[in-house]
Design a protein around this ligand. Structure first.
Ligand code: GSH
Length: 235
C-alpha cells in the first residue's frame, strides 16, 4: 500500500492537497494524455512538474514511484477500496481513470475491449514509432548522415497513420460517436508529430484527411486545450 504522506515522492513534491489525486508529469505527448483525461473527467487533482532539464525523473524520489523513470505517474489517495493506489504507464492510468469515473469508456463489454485494443495500438505502435521518428528528425539523430533509421520510422509512422485514417472514415472518433480514452491516448501523439516534431510534411499529412478532421475537433475541446499545458512548464 502507498501512503502519500510517507512515500518518498512527497519529500521532493509535497502535496498541498493530499486528499486529491496526485499527478507527476510534464506536458509531453505521454504526459498530456493523463492531464487531458483528468480535465475531461472533472476529477480533483494536483499536478506536480517533473523536469527533464534537471533529470527529476532519475531522482530516487521519482524512481520510488516509477522504477522505469518515465512520466506520467499518479498516486490516488482514494483508490480501490478507499486505499491509496500508485500507478505508472499512461495506458494503465487512463484505464484506471475510466474505471474510477465511469467516463470516457463504453459501458458494454465488447466496446470496452475494442477501446482498449485501440488504446494498446497507441501504446505499442504510435507512441514508440512516432517517438523514434522524433529522435531521428528533430533531436540528436537528425544530424546522423545515414538517413536509413529515420526513413524506417517515417515508413512505419505512415503505415500507422494510414491504419488510423482508415479507422476514422465515417466516424467522429476512434470508437464512433463516443469520445473515449483511445482518442485521448492517440491524438496528442499525432498533434505532437505534426506540431512540435514538425514532421507533418515528412510523413505526408495530406494523405490522412480523416485524421486532420478528428484532430481539429480534439484540440478544439476546452479540456484538451487546458490539459495540453498541465503541469505548467517553467518560464
Ligand atoms: N510507455 C510509457 C512511456 C512514457 C514515456 O516515454 N515518457 C517520456 C516522456 S514522453 C519520459 O518520461 N522520458 C524521460 C526519460 O526517458 O528519461 C507511458 O506511456 O507512460
Amino acid at each position: 500500500m502507498t501512503d502519500l504522506a510517507t512515500h518518498p515522492i512527497s519529500a521532493k513534491w509535497p502535496a498541498q492537497h493530499p486528499d486529491r489525486l496526485q499527478l507527476y508529469s510534464l506536458p509531453t505527448p505521454n504526459g498530456v494524455k493523463v492531464s487531458i483525461a483528468l480535465e475531461e473527467t472533472g476529477l480533483a487533482y494536483e499536478p506536480h512538474l517533473v523536469r527533464f532539464d534537471t533529470n527529476d525523473q532519475l531522482s530516487p524520489e521519482f524512481l520510488a514511484l516509477n522504477p522505469n523513470n518515465k512520466i506520467p505517474a499518479i498516486i490516488d489517495p482514494n483508490g480501490p477500496g478507499g486505499k491509496p493506489l500508485a500507478l505508472f504507464e499512461s495506458g494503465a492510468i487512463l484505464i484506471y481513470l475510466a474505471d474510477k469515473t465511469g467516463q470516457l469508456m463504453p459501458q458494454g463489454a465488447a466496446a470496452r475491449y475494442e477501446t482498449i485494443q485501440w488504446l494498446m495500438f497507441q501504446m505499442g505502435g504510435i507512441g514508440p514509432m512516432f517517438g523514434q521518428l522524433g529522435f531521428f528528425h528533430k533531436f540528436a539523430g537528425k544530424d546522423y548522415e545515414d538517413k536509413r533509421p529515420r526513413d524506417r520510422y517515417v515508413a512505419e509512422s505512415r503505415r500507422l497513420l494510414n491504419v488510423l485514417n482508415q479507422r476514422l472514415m465515417g466516424r467522429d472518433w476512434i470508437m464512433g460517436e463516443q469520445y473515449t480514452m483511445a482518442d485521448i491516448a492517440t491524438l496528442p501523439w499525432v498533434n505532437n508529430l505534426y506540431g512540435f516534431y514538425g514532421a507533418g510534411e515528412l510523413v505526408g499529412r495530406a494523405d490522412f484527411p480523416e485524421i486532420d478532421r478528428v484532430l481539429r475537433a480534439f484540440v478544439a475541446r476546452p479540456a484538451v486545450a487546458r490539459g495540453l499545458a498541465i503541469p505548467v512548464r517553467p518560464a
